[in-house]
Write a protein that binds this ligand. Structure first.
Ligand code: UDP
Ligand code: MG
Length: 309
């Protein structure tokens, strides 16, 4: 017998906990036939509602259900990491509790693992039901990442992914504090099969991500998987030097030919303003990376557990 660990991050999801369980168990027969046992690890990310009592109620009926409850909200990244750390399975799959990651895909995903893939990942091909502005910026983000990062990050990739123990160990060996799992999956490599599906809307409750949160998350992603922004300062510096040099030559020549009076201080002010603007911007970028480095150096735990079974 082998074991499949299903990791389910939950944050204020009291309405979805049981539905998810019911839907997931529709695959139980398939896995039983394959000789695969299931364990379900709900990771409660500091919910303030009845998520934990709901999980406990389910546990009374099914011993295969486990809980890792955080001491506060640490974010989905931390929840996924905690799930992987506590999973005992030979295979591990990460799924959202709101059924946006259809459990019906699991048999197909597992079949690919049997064929020798190390991981089977999913991506949405449509963003139906999502605000257009969000889709627009999401697309821009993935396009930008493609240019400035060597790590492959797929457009529309979900965190819904099944992996072998070997790949999970690789991911667990990356103990960075600023976690951007979509990048980490790509960074560790291994043979990955991509499955595509149409976007499914959330079962109950509301998304925990607003535009601003997603925007900050995308900046985290950039800082975690690219150092290209740091080069921006050097490139701008060189560019400005060249422009300045050409201007100096222009002014000297003009002086020699026309005996120029001292005019043109408004243009000078513009230049000074612009260069100092660019300097502030670059200092800001430096600051971002410094802040990230600061948090890493502190070496804080990624999550803290309040309760576990
Ligand atoms: N989630 C979490 N911690 C958070 C935010 C979200 O564990 O701080 C969980 C949430 O319960 C859900 C999954 O992450 O199972 C995806 O969240 P959500 O559905 O809000 O995101 P979306 O699908 O809209 O991207
Ligand atoms: Mg969702």
């Amino acid at each position: 017998m082998s074991l499949l660990s299903v990791i389910v991050p939950c944050y204020n999801e009291e309405e979805n906990v049981e539905f998810f369980y019911t839907e997931l168990m529709k695959n139980a027969d398939f896995f039983a036939k394959k000789g695969v046992e299931l364990e379900i690890i709900y990771v409660d990310d500091g919910s303030g509602d009845r998520t934990v009592p709901e999980i406990k109620r389910l546990r009374e009926e099914d011993e295969r259900i486990h809980l890792v409850a955080f001491s506060r909200n640490f974010g989905k990244e931390a929840a996924m990491f905690a799930g992987m750390e506590n999973a005992k399975g030979d295979y591990v799959v990460i799924m959202d509790v709101d059924l946006q990651d259809p459990p019906a895909l699991l048999p197909e995903m597992f079949t690919y693992l049997e064929q020798g893939y190390d991981s089977v990942a999913t991506r949405r091909v449509s963003r139906k039901g999502e605000p257009p502005v969000r889709s627009f910026f999401a697309r821009r983000f993935y396009r930008l990442m493609k240019k400035i990062s060597k790590t492959e990050i797929m457009d529309g990739a979900r965190d819904y992914r099944i992996m072998t123990r070997q790949m999970v160990s690789a991911i667990l060996s990356m103990r960075e504090y600023n976690r951007f799992t979509k990048g980490i999956f790509g960074w560790v490599g291994f043979r990955t099969k991509w499955l595509e599906y149409e976007n499914v809307e959330r079962l109950k409750g509301e998304t925990k991500w607003n535009f601003w949160k997603l925007f900050l998350y995308s900046l985290d992603g950039i800082a975690a998987f690219s150092t290209v922004p740091l080069m921006f300062a050097s490139v701008m510096g060189v560019l400005f030097c060249i422009v300045a040099f050409l201007l100096i030559i222009f002014i000297i020549v003009r002086k020699l030919i026309f005996g120029d009076p001292v005019s043109g201080w408004p243009s000078l002010v513009c230049f000074i303003l612009m260069t100092s603007g660019v300097q502030f911007f670059c200092t800001g970028i430096l600051g971002q990376y410094l802040a990230k480095t600061y948090m890493e150096v502190k070496n804080r735990p990624i999550y803290l557990v309040r309760e576990q079974f």
